[in-house]
Design a binder for this molecule. Structure first.
Ligand SMILES: NC(=O)c1ccc[n+]([C@@H]2O[C@H](COP(=O)([O-])OP(=O)(O)OC[C@H]3O[C@@H](n4cnc5c(N)ncnc54)[C@H](O)[C@@H]3O)[C@@H](O)[C@H]2O)c1
Ligand SMILES: N[C@@H](CCO)C(=O)O
Length: 349
């Protein structure tokens, strides 16, 4: 039976949910997926770090109290985040990177990915920074080292979008996309439609694990801008940088604006989009748009997201599902590991 050894880098909501899934479902995966997962290292800026080459108890990790230095309570633990040692020395096959998204330079997560790939380890990540800002370099490094660099959870959490478009829509000639690509801002807009104030709705999104460490990125559109760059570069071969995407968020929308839209049979939505034009140029934007209630994206509510791909051969294909959430995003990491497993199995045939 194949067993993959994992090092979890960042142990916040998403990686803790992955540990919980491993604790609950490893046996089931043995028969369903043909592999099991063993956690051999964990590192977190706040919780410290631990290495356990023989395997750490996923259930103990999932139940770990969220107090400073908590990983030091475990055998082999340390109050400090010894991230370089965890990545390079714990014997992991796959590095699971889920630290804060840094929208400015993608660091230190980009360096974590680089260390792992250079060392011949596969990387799966939900972090948008390294992909949006250094994706081409990291993908090239992974190819050179014959390892995988997978990031399905970086756009629309566990809802299949990147692999779906890359594989199932390959050859359909995608020319553009538009979508609701941020769970927090959509949750806030829907909550405001129910009468909740902006600040209260943001706090609720934080409690539910949807928001970034600094939710400004969610409500000002910066998070969607990273996702637009990731999708455009992946699917339109756009070579966009963040500054190519015009960006405005939802923080200026008032309860009055939302009520006025309702009276007019419309809804405000934060839309990220990119389009290839006839001359080959690409335009991309993030902006609040007023959608009539009969628009296909108007009824997408709460932390649900949706993206509509336009292709020459199929017209519009729309995918909808969770856009954020701890367990939903942990599932994206599992889907990346499944993809790695399938690719290894194909290469062995
Ligand atoms: N939560 C979601 O719904 C969701 C969905 C998709 C993508 N993401 C992305 O996944 C990543 C993780 O999300 P989360 O909700 O778990 O965030 P989180 O804030 O709950 O956890 C992040 C953890 O990373 C740790 N960390 C930060 N910098 C570190 C460093 N330099 N070294 C070691 N540890 C470090 C923090 O201490 C924290 O515990 C983020 O990049 C986020 O943008 C989250
Ligand atoms: N904070 C992000 C997480 C998913 O990338 C959101 O709310 O969509």
């Amino acid at each position: 039976m194949t067993e993959y050894k994992l090092a979890l880098v960042g142990f916040g909501g998403v990686n803790r949910a992955l540990a919980q899934l491993i604790a609950e479902r490893n046996e089931q995966w043995k028969t369903e997926l043909g592999f099991t997962l063993k956690i051999v290292g964990v590192t977190d800026l706040f919780l410290g770090s631990v290495i356990g080459r023989e395997g750490l108890d996923a259930n103990v990790l999932a139940q770990l109290p969220a107090v400073k230095g908590a990983l030091a309570q475990l055998p082999g633990g340390d109050v400090t985040a010894l991230t370089e040692a965890v990545i390079k020395d714990c014997g992991a096959d796959i590095i699971v990177e889920a630290t804060f998204t840094n929208p400015v330079d993608g660091e230190p997560a980009t360096s974590f990915c680089r260390w792992a790939l250079e060392g011949g380890q596969h990387v799966v990540t939900t972090n948008k920074g390294p992909i949006a800002l250094h994706g081409a370099e990291l993908k090239a490094l992974a190819r050179r080292k014959h390892v995988a660099f997978e990031y399905e959870g970086s756009v629309m959490s566990g809802t299949p979008v990147i692999r779906l478009a890359r594989q199932a829509l390959a050859g359909s000639s995608i020319v553009g996309f538009e979508g609701i690509l941020n769970g927090t801002s959509n949750f806030v807009l829907t909550s405001m439609e129910g009468g909740l104030g902006f600040a209260e709705a943001v706090s609720k999104a934080q409690e539910l694990g949807y928001a970034e460490a600094d939710p400004t990125a969610d409500v000002e559109g910066h998070d969607v801008r990273l996702k637009v760059v990731i999708l455009a570069n992946e699917l339109l071969d756009a070579k966009l940088t963040v500054s190519d995407v015009t960006c405005s968020g939802i923080s200026s929308l008032s309860l009055g604006d939302i009520e006025k839209a309702r009276q007019d049979g419309a809804r405000w939505k934060l839309i990220g989009s990119a389009m290839r034009h006839a001359d080959g140029s690409i335009s991309a934007s993030v902006e609040p748009r007023l959608l009539n209630n009969d628009h296909p994206l108007a009824s997408v509510g709460g932390a649900t997201n949706a993206v509509s791909f336009t292709s020459q051969l199929l017209g519009a294909v729309t995918v909808s599902g969770p856009g954020a959430g701890r367990t939903e995003t942990a599932f994206a990491l599992l889907s990346d590991i499944i993809s790695i497993h399938q690719s290894i199995a194909r290469n062995q045939e």
